[in-house]
Structure formats: C-alpha cells, structure tokens
Ligand binder design. Structure first.
Ligand code: 8Y7
Length: 277
C-alpha cells in the first residue's frame, strides 16, 4: 500500500489509477466541446466513474497548442459549478487543470482533491494558494507557452532538462512549506516537445519515479501518437494504450485519458501480472 491523500479520499498509488478527462472549454480539441453544459459534464463524469476512473480532471482553460487564453472570470464560471456538482453527486477525486490562483482557492473550498497545473505553479500567487490548500499537486513540465510551444522546441538533453526544471519547482514548493510527499511529477508529453523528445521522456519515465515521486502521464490521443502512427485523433486509442502500458512498466501510476474503460482494463491486467507471486 502507498496511500496518498487527495482531499477527502485517499488513493493507493502502488496500484495504477485512471484520471478521466472532462473538458469544459468550448474548443476542446478531441471532444468538440460537447460536454460544455453542467448536465452533460455530469453524465460524462458518471460514465467515467462507472468505467473505473479514480479521478475526474476538470479543465476550463484549453492548453492545446495555439489555444486562446481565457479570462479568470470565464475559467471560474466554467470550472467551479462543475467541481461542486460532481462532488455533491459522486464519491470521486476531482482534480482541476488550472494555473489560476482564484480557481485553486475556489475549487479547494468546493472539494477539489488534486491541483493539476501545467505551469507547475509558476503563475503569480499560485505557489502560496496551492500551499494553503494542503492538497496534492501535479507539477508538469512545459517549455514555452501554449501559443508558441510547438515552434522548434529544443533541449540540451530533454530528460535532464525536464528533470532539472521539475526539481527546481519541487524546491520552490518546499520553500512555501509544501511537503514533497504532496507532489506528483509529470514530464508534460506534447508541451514544447518533438516526437523524439516525447519518446525519450517516455523511455526514461523511471528517472522521475526514481527521485521518489509518483508520476502522472498524459498522452491520450496526442499529436505524438498521431505522428508515430500516421493516424488522425479519432484513431489514436491503440497507440495511446501502448504508450501508457510502457509508462506503467516504467513506474507511472496515474494516467490522464479520454478513454477510461480500455485503460482501466489494460492497467488491471498489467498490475495483476506485476503483483503475481
Ligand atoms: C496534460 C495535462 C493536458 C498532461 C497533465 C491534452 C491539462 C492537452 N495535457 N495535464 N493537461 N499532463 N498533468 O491534449 O499531459 O490533453 S491538456
């Protein structure tokens, strides 16, 4: 057992967990923004919970390459009612994909269990707001900004560069009084990375785990899968599952995905086989 508290619930991170993606932006690239109303968001959450998701990741700011920024008020209006409604109806960990201080504070009051920040708490005031919630935080690596991050990303050594960045953010968290045991690391697949960078990070996922942190991987239907296989977004499930299976074997324990049931079943077998004595 390796219990980690996520607000009012704990998850055993010796086992794999699926984080189901719930996009609440009008322009979410792979679901066409279909879950934009509260009712649709609740139905999608219920489906993902029935399929075995341990976490629902609510995101109100599209971070896809080239996406337009949203205002704080827009993000609050999109995210908070959904966090509140999910926590009222279901016994599930809700994570919020946000970099915004006001959203961190507001969602924490409504029962958020995990802060998922693709900017690793770099925005003004975010470290302090996160520290005050006492919640776990997923620190993700991104090179550049969403608008421009895919213009010729370049590294000396991608694995070392991502690791040093994440360790510098761990130190900043610790200086704010956030204990390391509250931190989850994510190399940020697709965030300012070429296919080769993404493949190297996946090959070396164990180095992040080796630093003593739990690892979260988000690669569901991403461009890297499309580039590796030459497939459009709606045909990327099998490739996504292969890459996630590989990450599981290298120590990742939380998988951020659109397709919950296939991953729950795949990971159940991967984990059974690893634990068989
Ligand atoms: C990730 C993520 C996205 C990821 C974490 C997409 C919000 C882009 N990707 N959060 N968010 N890790 N932690 O294609 O890889 O889903 S948005």
């Amino acid at each position: 057992m390796s219990l980690m508290p996520f607000g009012d619930k704990s998850l055993d991170l010796s086992l794999p967990h699926v984080m189901g993606i719930l996009n609440v932006t009008p322009d979410s690239f792979s679901d066409g923004g279909a879950f934009n109303s509260l009712d649709a968001a609740l139905r999608q959450s219920e489906k993902m919970i029935q399929e075995g998701a341990s976490i629902i990741d609510v995101g109100g700011e599209s971070t896809r390459p080239g996406a337009a920024p949203v205002s704080i008020q827009q993000e609050l209006d999109r995210v908070l009612p959904i966090v509140e409604a999910i926590k009222k109806r279901f016994d599930i960990v809700v994570s919020v994909d946000t970099s915004t201080t006001e959203v961190i504070r507001g969602a924490a009051l409504l029962g958020m269990g995990l802060i998922n920040d693709v900017r690793a708490l770099e925005r003004e005031g975010a470290l302090l707001a996160a520290a005050e919630t006492n919640l776990p935080i997923c620190l993700m690596h991104m090179k550049g900004m969403p608008q421009t991050m895919q213009d010729r990303p370049d590294y000396v050594s991608v694995v070392d560069d991502v690791m040093s960045y994440l360790m510098s953010r761990v130190v900043q968290c610790e200086l704010m009084g956030i204990h390391r045991s509250r931190l989850i690391l994510d190399p940020g697949i697709g965030f300012g990375k070429t296919l080769a960078h993404n493949l190297l990070l996946l090959k070396h996922t164990e180095v992040f785990k080796g630093m003593g942190f739990e690892v979260l991987i988000g690669l569901s239907r991403k461009t890297m899968i499309g580039e590796a296989l030459g497939l459009p977004v709606e045909e990327r499930l099998y490739g996504t599952m292969g890459a996630n299976a590989s990450a599981y074997l290298k120590g990742a324990r939380i998988f951020r995905v659109h397709d919950v049931r296939p991953h729950v079943e795949m990971l159940a077998l991967m984990s059974r086989i690893e634990r068989e004595i």
